[in-house]
Design a protein around this ligand. Structure first.
Ligand code: URP
Ligand code: ZN
Ligand code: ZN
Length: 472
């Protein structure tokens, strides 16, 4: 059965046009005007007054992640269902082998978990240590497993943090493979010291999480990671950027001709550190790393400016929720609160409301940062992130007149808190088509456990049009 989407405003990262899209056998078959059904059973969707955009790609999620003594609350089935309901048709999760566990063993673990996925998914591979076989395993991960993006954590000392020697080796090996290295950029040794000092002073409540990771901690690590990447000619992608210091380091690297990328997340654009002042441990759902920043530093404004200018390339979610019960592991010591929050279902609506409706970014740039740019950077484009003949039929019909209030009472996540609780958002998906099937139909989510496919990637890090591939 084909799907004919009629009379919508087709919006891509590069422009908009009114027309029709016909999908058949899981791919986009035709784009034009006055298209007709090709089969008697074809479904026709009237998209008049609505936007027709490529399904969004979330480049940063953690589903069923074992972390800080517990496991993130949304598994692959729940997390990808949330994603679809919000207009995201592909997610990229991080395989994170515990330190000392091989990359390929980690991958087997993740494959078992991902069997329940209801949307398409891919992986980034985290390297959490350096041993004799790591370089060879990285080669196998890229060439045999179709995963050309790696991740390192410069924080979480004593767990998954890499030191500078390990960072150097990963960057060097990735450069040889033409792979991207994603970086959680915080100076983990400095965080460790600040945490010890705060706890020793009896400062154990959630708000001290933010005090233990001030913005220079992130700015320093971002600069260091970018310089080590520059040393080797590695394409670096700095994840979840939150502050002025780190985006300025990224801007400097780009100005010097370095091929690198930056990502931010809705929580860093929209929230401020007053969330940590909530009474009764209700600041804990906002405990994530890096933390949410104060308004006073101009961090949120800097992120918006750099998102508009193109210095920041993508908006992911870092969706890694923990229930309040899980967060209570750190009720007497903020360093034991599992780090992470929600976002996978709300990303598009939050960015549409505060970005497009409030005039900070164009409609096309919105499509770019939530879909096309992550697809392009991580080697999914043009199969994902585009509406073009031959692309996967992953399409969102977006109703700009839709409105809702975000709440943990109505979200689909298994988490009992939502960090955007009470936000009134404009715009919502009316239809979400993934893999050529209508999976979300005006609030009705119809998913099939295990229907999501692993998307193998041949390469990553391709420069966007007009961007230099090789440093000047
Ligand atoms: O607090 C966060 N961000 N939790 C998820 C793990 C990570 O650092 O991305
Ligand atoms: Zn991180
Ligand atoms: Zn993350």
């Amino acid at each position: 059965m084909g799907i004919l989407i009629k009379n919508g405003t087709i919006v891509t990262a590069s422009g908009r046009v009114t027309g029709d899209v016909y999908c058949d056998e899981g791919t986009v078959a035709a784009i034009g005007v006055n298209l007709e059904r090709r089969g008697a059973k074809d479904r026709v969707i009237d998209a008049s007054g609505q936007y027709v955009m490529p399904g969004a790609v979330d480049p940063h999620v953690h589903l069923a992640l074992p972390f800080m003594g517990t496991v993130s609350a949304d598994d692959f089935e729940a997390g990808t269902a949330c994603a679809l309901a919000g207009g995201t048709t592909t997610v990229i999760d991080f395989v994170i082998p515990s330190r000392g566990v091989s990359l390929l063993e980690g991958l087997r673990e993740w494959d078992a978990k991902a069997k329940g996925a209801v949307s398409d998914y891919a992986y980034h591979m985290s390297v959490t240590g350096w041993g004799e076989s790591t370089a060879e395993e990285m080669r196998a991960v890229v060439r045999e497993k179709g995963i050309p993006s790696f991740k390192v954590f410069m924080a979480y000392k004593g767990a998954i943090m890499v030191d500078d020697h390990e960072l150097y080796q990963v960057m060097k090996a990735a450069a040889g493979l033409g792979a991207v290295v994603m970086v959680h950029a915080e100076n983990g040794d400095a965080v460790f010291n600040l945490q010890r000092e705060l706890v020793a002073a009896g400062k154990t409540e959630p708000k001290y999480h933010a005090a233990s990771r001030p913005s220079p901690i992130e700015g320093e690590a971002t600069g260091r990671a970018l310089m080590i990447a520059r040393l080797h000619g590695t394409t670096a992608y700095i994840v979840h950027m939150t502050c002025r210091e780190s985006v300025e380091a990224l801007a400097r690297a780009k100005a010097a001709g370095q091929h690198c990328y930056g990502e931010t997340c809705p929580q860093y654009l929209l929230l401020d550190d007053s969330v940590y002042e909530k009474p009764n441990f209700e600041g804990a759902p906002f405990v994530m790393s890096p933390p949410i920043r104060p308004r006073a530093g101009g961090h949120q404004d800097a992120l918006w400016a750099h998102l508009g200018s193109g210095i920041l390339s993508a908006v992911g979610t870092d969706h890694c929720p923990f229930t309040i019960e899980q967060k209570r592991m750190g009720k007497d010591d903020f360093t034991k609160i599992p780090n992470g929050g929600t976002g996978i279902e709300e990303r598009l609506a939050l960015l549409y409301t505060s970005g497009v409706c409030e005039g900070r970014i164009s409609l096309e740039r919105w499509v770019d940062v939530v879909s096309t740019s992550p697809a392009r950077i991580f080697g999914l484009y043009p199969r994902k992130g585009s509406i073009a003949p031959g692309a996967d039929a992953d399409i969102v019909v977006w109703d700009p007149a839709g409105e809702r209030t975000i709440s943990a009472r109505t979200h689909r996540s298994k988490c009992d808190r939502n960090i955007f609780e009470g936000f009134k958002v404009k715009g919502k998906p009316s239809y979400v088509i993934a893999g050529g099937r209508v999976q979300f139909d005006n609030g009705d989510l119809k998913v099939e456990r295990g229907a999501g496919r692993f998307v193998r990637r041949e390469s990553a890090g391709a420069p966007a049009p007009g961007m230099r591939a090789v440093p000047a």
